[in-house]
Design a protein. Structure first.
Length: 243
């Protein structure tokens, strides 16, 4: 992926990793459009950061279609899609909350698949086209209090591999570790990676590895490589003793 001169649409860009990366991409000379459910946040970011926004609820197929039409009409040169939107919630499997599990699946997994499906025909017509999905280190080692979240991220990892083999464009999987964001109230978690540090390393990896298939900051190797390095059981134990 080239890191400048793109037109990037990034879902879930009103906070956390999404907003931080949107700012970094903007500063590198890209046109960046973000999405979110709240118009007030989109308006504030547009005023403060100069980043255009489109309302989008990835749980709603009609909203995805409308966002696709709005983005490609106003920004026909859009050549990069980043599917950042997602939620993470703890679950008690002794007392299943199926509505919550289904919401996580709808937003994290179906939201990603539907957004990719909407934009793929357009992206296939663009030069330097990229689809960047967002999984997690928890796709590879589970945090047991967030079972459905882990499962959706494992599914995104697998889905991304199929995308990469089927589509004649670059497909990148962003694999974050725990980062200090509002996701699962980790803003001040000393075990989580500072947000600015995560964004710095991610952008540097993209610059250094333009043909990358996965973007893995150093902190996520502990999870990403646990199984192939025969550390899986000990890493599961370590991760969940901290949690």
């Amino acid at each position: 992926m080239k890191t400048t001169g793109n037109t990037i649409f990034l879902t879930g860009g009103t906070s956390g990793i999404g907003l931080e990366l949107a700012r970094r991409f903007r500063d590198l000379g890209n046109t960046v459009i973000i999405s979110g459910r709240r118009k007030d946040l989109l308006d504030r970011i547009a005023a403060e950061d100069g980043i255009d926004g489109v309302q989008l609820d990835v749980a709603d197929p009609a909203s995805i279609t409308a966002a696709y039409e709005a983005v490609t009409t106003k920004y026909p040169a859009v050549n990069v899609l980043i599917t950042m939107a997602g939620i993470m919630q703890p679950e008690d499997l002794k007392n299943h909350d199926l509505a919550l599990a289904e919401e996580i699946i709808t937003i994290n997994l179906l939201g990603t698949i539907r957004t990719v499906a909407a934009f793929t025909p357009h992206l296939l017509e663009q030069q330097d086209a990229v689809i960047m999905t967002v999984s997690s280190g928890l796709a590879f080692v589970p945090l047991v209090i967030t079972p459905t979240y882990n499962a959706t991220k494992a599914a995104i990892h697998s889905y991304t591999q199929s995308l990469r083999h089927q589509l004649p464009l670059q497909v990148i999987e962003l694999v974050p570790p725990a980062v200090q964001t509002t996701l699962l109230n980790q803003e001040n978690d000393p075990h989580a990676m500072p947000l600015a540090e995560y964004a710095d390393e991610t952008i540097q990896l993209l610059k250094d590895n333009p043909n990358a298939e996965e973007i893995l900051v150093t902190r996520v190797h502990f999870l990403r490589n646990a199984e192939k390095e025969n550390r899986y059981e000990s890493v599961v134990a370590a991760l969940n003793s901290v949690a």
